[in-house]
Design a protein around this ligand. Structure first.
Ligand code: ATP
Ligand code: MG
Length: 433
């Protein structure tokens, strides 16, 4: 097999190269034949003028089918009409793998496909340069997140994904059969990362996998999703957590905008301006904004999807901000471990263009208060024993957040559906691929 010498975006005029990739398109103008060869970095034009290539090569180009994998050896020449201003005059073409002629999905995007067809044939869908671009950006989001958190003395950890009890007791748990007993898939690393605060490792983060049995089919919920979870100790208030979150998100956006210009252009996305600190909108303000705009929202309830979206538009119009914190929620809307001042939760959400991408706050670190709150939420103290024990032998004040990676990518890249930014999304209806 011919060995690739470079990707399509790294060719130099006058050099001999070997490219490997997929037959994106074929054109035959009689005296000259073209192949558009797609690899992960772009598309290269293979140009075969009858007079300049061997008869064998000229003929063999007719037999190639769409999406066949080939290796092409040839000489790079400048050509103003070709993508990237360069073309390859082939001296050798090797077929590496053939594709059946009737494709269930068209990776060259000449034919549109709905989201279900795309996901059913995800391996073909990801061949589309615009879809590949999303996953290159996603990789950079994680690189940037690690870079920032490590620079702030966070230690990366992994915690179990099978647990004896649910994190927040809720209805979104997936029960599994665990030998002779029932167990649950982890909804989030919440309890474990809090336990870590009792170990002395006072700043931790996890790129965590969440499992949630989300009943309804929405454009922003999946059964499995990924998040960046952090927990940090010795804090005085939730502002210290918000500071880390806004700097983390700013760093991610800056990193992506600097390193993925080509991919952002391909997606038609501009993520500037890049704010350093995000606006704070209190829950009370949010409710008044919505009521003024004629929305029927009641004080004391969590904001629904529609109100969140409307608030996103209002904040954008009023202040020009895409990213903003929602602070000072009523305590009743937040989980049992949330610290508080009277009826106000010391917790926040971060919204991006009208969609929640993160929740966090300061936690309760007094074990007696914690037990009271567990009972108040109608949960059983005994099922949290292993967790509660860690609060009895020295637990510093602490807090943290969970930042949904899939949500962040959906909002950053203006994707219509969270599924577009996840390789193999699973939801109530879809478990394959
Ligand atoms: P929502 O109210 O939007 O359903 P949540 O408040 O239940 O989200 P949290 O428990 O706060 O979610 O989880 C932290 C973050 O994880 C959320 O802000 C979101 O970005 C992400 N997330 C939570 N559930 C899902 C899901 N089912 N699919 C994708 N991302 C999710
Ligand atoms: Mg939340």
């Amino acid at each position: 097999m011919l060995k690739r010498t470079c990707y399509s975006d790294n060719m130099k005029d006058g050099k001999e190269v070997v490219l490997t990739g997929w037959v994106h398109e074929r054109r035959d103008l009689g005296g000259i034949k073209f192949i558009l060869l797609r690899d992960r970095e772009g598309i290269a034009q293979i140009t075969a003028p009858k007079k300049k290539v061997s008869e064998e090569i000229f003929k063999s180009m007719d037999s190639l089918g769409r999406e066949w994998i080939i290796a092409v050896k040839g000489d790079v020449k400048s050509s103003p009409q070709a993508p990237g201003g360069l073309e390859v005059i082939p001296t050798e073409i090797e077929v590496i793998s053939m594709a059946e002629p009737s494709l269930p999905l068209d990776p060259s995007e000449k034919v549109d496909a709905d989201i279900d067809t795309r996901l059913d044939n995800r391996f073909l869908d990801i061949r589309k340069p615009r879809v590949t671009a999303i996953f290159k950006i996603r990789s950079d989001v994680l690189t940037a997140a690690r870079e920032y958190l490590l620079s702030q003395a966070f230690v990366e950890i992994q915690t179990p994904k099978i647990s004896a009890s649910g994190t927040e007791g809720g209805t979104e748990l997936f029960p599994i059969s665990y030998f002779e007993r029932e167990a649950f898939l982890a909804q989030s690393p919440q309890l474990y990362k809090q336990i870590m605060m009792a170990t002395g490792m006072d700043r931790v983060f996890e790129i965590a996998h969440y499992f949630r049995a989300e009943e309804s089919n929405t454009r922003r919920h999946l059964s499995e999703s990924d998040a960046i979870d952090i927990e940090m100790a010795f804090i005085e208030n939730e502002e210290e957590i918000m500071y880390i979150l806004e700097n983390l998100v700013s760093h991610i956006l800056k990193y992506v905008s600097e390193n993925r210009k080509k991919e952002l252009d391909l997606l038609g996305v501009d993520i500037s301006p890049l704010p350093k600190s995000f606006r704070r909108v209190t829950y009370d303000q949010a409710i008044s904004f919505l009521q003024e705009a004629g929305f029927n929202v009641r004080h004391g309830e969590d904001l629904g999807t529609e109100s969140e979206k409307a608030l996103g538009n209002i904040v954008k119009e009023k202040y020009g901000d895409d990213l903003y914190f929602l602070t000072k929620y009523p305590l009743s809307t937040k989980p049992f471990y949330t610290n508080f001042d009277g009826n106000v939760a010391r917790a926040f959400d971060l919204d991006y263009k009208g969609v929640e991408i993160s929740s966090g706050g300061q936690r309760i670190h007094n074990v007696d208060i914690l037990k009271t709150k567990i009972k108040e939420k109608g949960l059983s103290v005994s099922s949290f024993e292993a967790y509660l024990k860690t609060f009895r032998f020295g637990m510093p004040p602490h807090g943290g957040f969970g930042l949904g990676i899939d949500r962040l990518i959906m909002q950053m890249l203006n994707l219509e559906n969270i599924r577009e930014g996840v390789l193999f999304p699973h939801d109530r209806r879809r478990l394959e691929p």
